[in-house]
Design a protein around this ligand. Structure first.
Ligand code: ATP
Ligand code: MG
Ligand code: MG
Ligand code: MG
Length: 439
């Protein structure tokens, strides 16, 4: 992409309405624009990151054996009356009436809709196990939408639902989700710690939230510092293996890690003092096992091996995809701007032409652009006729991992400058060598 043809409306001033770094930086970097309270337009740069996160979530869900689909944003109130949640859900639900006077709602979550699909089409235990998921916009009329996309009213969420014959099968699905979520966050360059949590209005027995540690997080969390040393890394996981998934879950859930709702002082105080941590966290996902809470009232049964109908055991599993954009920035920025982890960066490298219009500099930039593109990388070429200082500030603000600076003086010696956004370190090297480093 050439900046002269892109749409990157960066702001010079710090917007006064933004209280936290990620919100400020997303506005300044031209990633989002508020449409109305808690509802945002995703401008090209923000949209690109959102799509990258969505793709990572899809890849990891499919790897775990889960099946993608798409449900609508608008739902009929009738299904929610069946489950008993239409009245329970409260003011967070945006209720709409259509021209025929029918009660509708903008889905805050999809347990009812998916259960209705399941009961219409699945009849036998032989069709299980089944986990369906989608990534779709949700609406919750939050009392205090704030912090930009972190607590929006309209937000993008991955929600998945497992259907199993027995509790044991459903617990395997729970474990599979935990492992796939750990991988998902790691690929995004994030540490998200699974913490025992409270199930809230979804209901149920077992639940973990995934929290990114950050001072600006809205949750209070308590944990044993040893949990922050755990990493899945390159480990290849057989998601069909109950033992393997369970072992990973045991490894990650043995160290103490809880949100304030489930915090237990006595257990916490038994941890050696130098390992006790309390801090703030951002909830970027949650998994639930809730048994037959929806399948029973809604009649989602299958014929069991003995021919008798059995209500299926279910769980639901969510990742806050749009919130993650903010959470990643909270975890990775400095005073100059965003620092994207490699796995989610909107562009791989920025090319800064110090003297636009100089035929040698222009040609060198074009050649770099072509070589990087040929490698399957996406460069962002600042080909505008602007001062170097302004170009550098824009690159620092939007946080691409690498910047290649090209100018007539360096080219005389056959070199360009390669700068790491994270470390700030620069080196001079021939253009081909710079390309090789990024390959
Ligand atoms: P919170 O406690 O922050 O209100 P929640 O527990 O109500 O979140 P869940 O029902 O668990 O949310 O939804 C799954 C995920 O969707 C959350 O873990 C979070 O990452 C994301 N999410 C929930 N509400 C919002 C929101 N208002 N804006 C952006 N993302 C959200
Ligand atoms: Mg909530
Ligand atoms: Mg919550
Ligand atoms: Mg939650």
């Amino acid at each position: 992409m050439r900046l002269s043809r892109y749409f990157l409306p960066v702001l010079k001033e710090t917007p006064s309405e933004a209280q936290i770094a990620s919100h400020r930086l997303m506005l300044r970097a031209g990633m989002i624009k508020q449409a109305t309270a808690g509802i945002y337009s995703w401008l090209p740069l923000g949209f690109k990151v959102l799509r990258k996160l969505e793709n990572i979530v899809h890849e990891e869900q499919v790897r775990a054996g889960h099946v993608p689909m798409l449900m609508p944003t608008l739902q009929s109130a009738d299904l929610w009356r069946e489950s008993g949640r239409y009245d329970d859900y409260g003011a967070e639900m945006l209720r709409i009436t259509d021209r025929h006077g029918r009660d509708m709602l903008y889905g805050p979550t999809n347990e009812e809709l998916i259960t209705d699909i399941f009961r219409a089409h699945v009849g036998s235990y032989k069709d299980l196990p089944l986990t369906l998921y989608h990534i779709q916009w949700k609406f919750r009329d939050e009392v205090r939408p704030r912090f930009g996309v972190m607590r929006g009213r309209e937000f993008f969420m991955k929600d998945g639902y497992n259907f199993d014959l027995t509790k044991e099968d459903a617990l395997h699905a729970y474990n599979r989700h935990m492992v796939s979520y750990l991988r998902t966050y790691e690929r995004m360059g994030l540490q998200a710690i699974p913490m025992r949590a409270d199930s809230g209005p979804i209901g149920g027995d077992d639940t973990h939230e995934f929290l990114v540690l950050a001072e600006t997080g809205e949750s209070e969390v308590f944990y044993d510092s040893v949990i922050t040393d755990l990493k899945l890394g390159e480990r290849v996981v057989d998601y069909d293996s109950r033992a393997e998934c369970e072992a990973i879950v045991t490894e990650w859930t043995t160290p103490y890690a809880r949100t304030d709702e489930t915090h237990d002082k006595a257990t916490f105080n038994a941890i050696p003092e130098d390992r006790r941590r309390s801090s703030r966290g951002i909830e970027v996902g949650q998994i639930f096992y809730f048994g037959t809470k929806y399948s029973e009232p809604m009649g989602a049964t299958v014929q069991g091996p003995d021919g008798k109908p059995v209500p299926v055991h279910m769980g639901s599993h969510g990742i806050g995809v749009s919130r993650l954009v903010g959470a990643i920035i909270e975890a990775s920025h400095d005073e100059k701007g965003i620092i994207w982890p490699e796995g989610v960066t909107p562009f791989h490298a920025g090319i800064v032409n110090l003297k636009q219009g100089d035929s040698e500099a222009d040609a060198a930039c074009e050649a770099l652009y072509a070589s990087l593109t040929a490698l399957g990388l996406e460069p962002l070429y600042d080909d505008r006729d602007e001062r170097a200082g302004g170009k550098f500030a824009t690159m620092d603000l939007i946080g691409l991992p690498w910047r290649i600076t090209v100018g007539p003086r360096g080219l005389k010696n056959g070199v360009v400058e390669l700068t790491s956004r994270r470390t700030g370190e620069s080196e001079e090297l021939p253009p081909e060598a710079a390309v090789e480093k990024l390959a």
